[in-house]
Design a binder for this molecule. Structure first.
Ligand SMILES: Nc1ncnc2c1ncn2[C@@H]1O[C@H](COP(=O)(O)OP(=O)(O)OP(=O)(O)O)[C@@H](O)[C@H]1O
Length: 234
């Protein structure tokens, strides 16, 4: 089976334009690949660059240097240099993402927020809502909330809408940015189960998990990103 994602010599720093162009180096020589059916976990202390790496892999952050080759519909595409239309196609078809915080769209119900990735791939809105409802039930999201826009939901409720939205499709790659941070033990266990099912289905996962129990339950490999730290010069 072809490798879903190969990251080669990726570097990232931030230029603070409002601070006289001060350069904040984050990571360099990031080399990793994701394997189908495995969950790779990014570890390392706060500020080490875990989220930055994940965001580059989703095309949210520009890539300073290097390549991110994504197996997209059978061809390798370099996400680091891909045009915006290609990035959107990769997100629609190949790479799913559960962000830490839900991007709330006013007046759209939780069912439609979670079902949207399926609708974008051609599923009917009714079928997408049904699938979202199944995931909500599994994640113990109270049914009274399903038709409401998630803007007023608690942190953990919003996170469960986000998880349903990320897990609803069969994307071959799934990125998880602390998906269990606001969940109670019951729902953390549900997410661990859902990750195991994705692995069985051959999905390649890359995640950040601060909760050690979850990390140990899901990780096939742990990469400490401090190994990619850019040496700080005086
Ligand atoms: N948009 C940004 N603009 C400027 N600096 C940023 C930006 N995003 C991240 N950084 C900086 O990059 C470094 C790495 O941040 P990142 O969020 O990737 O770390 P992390 O390992 O995920 O941390 P945590 O575990 O606390 O979430 C930090 O020093 C952070 O301040």
């Amino acid at each position: 089976m072809p490798t879903p994602i190969v990251v080669s010599d990726v570097a990232k720093n931030f230029t603070m334009h409002l601070r006289g162009g001060t350069l904040i180096p984050v990571v360099e020589y990031v080399n990793l690949s994701l394997k189908a059916g495995q969950c790779t976990v990014l570890g390392g202390p706060s500020g080490a660059g875990k989220s930055s790496i994940l965001k580059m892999l989703y095309g949210n952050y520009a890539v300073g240097e290097g390549q991110i080759l994504v197996n997209h519909n059978g061809d390798y595409v370099d996400l680091a240099t891909a045009d915006p239309r290609t990035v959107l196609a990769i997100r629609r078809e190949t790479i799913g993402y559960v962000s830490q915080f839900l991007r709330v769209v006013p007046r759209v119900s939780a069912l439609d927020v979670a079902g949207e990735p399926l609708v974008l791939r051609g599923t009917s809105p009714e079928a997408a809502r049904e699938r979202a409802a199944e995931l909500f039930a599994r994640l113990n999201l109270p049914e009274t909330l399903w038709e409401l826009p998630p803007a007023t939901f608690s942190g953990g409720e919003q996170q469960r809408v986000n998880i349903a939205r990320g897990f609803i499709t069969g994307h071959p790659v799934l990125l998880l940015d602390e998906p269990t941070a606001s969940l109670d033990a019951n729902n953390r266990a549900v997410v661990v189960e859902m990750i195991a099912e994705k692995k069985k289905a051959g999905v390649a996962l890359l995640g950040i998990f601060h909760d050690q129990d979850v990390r140990e339950a899901v990780a096939d490999a742990i990469i400490d990103v401090t190994r990619f730290a850019t040496p700080k010069t005086a």
